[in-house]
Design a protein. Structure first.
Length: 94
């Protein structure tokens, strides 16, 4: 008997089994973050880390950090919208 499965389903199972799904999420969140904030803010971003739904971002400027703090909800929504699912639940500004 032959089983037919979608390649995406098989890969998702392999990712979960090998615990690669969190690594893939981290890489994807970082990529989408850069696209959402644009080139200028990306250049002023010192560090981006993602783990367990929390995006941690360090900026080169306190003024930029303050400005971003007012837009955290919008930033979360745009990132999740671009990802097509709810991945980021909180942003911590460092």
């Amino acid at each position: 008997m032959r089983y037919e499965r979608k390649l995406g389903d098989v890969l998702a199972k392999v990712y979960r089994t090998m615990e690669l799904d969190t690594l893939a999420d981290e890489m994807e969140v970082k990529r989408v973050y850069q696209g959402v904030v644009g080139d200028l803010i990306s250049k002023l971003t010192m560090e981006v880390k993602y783990s367990d739904g929390v995006l941690r971002v360090r900026y080169a400027s306190a003024a930029l950090r303050t400005e971003i703090s007012y837009k955290k909800t919008d930033l979360i929504n745009k990132i999740n919208e671009n990802l097509g699912r709810r991945v980021v639940t909180r942003i911590d500004l460092l």
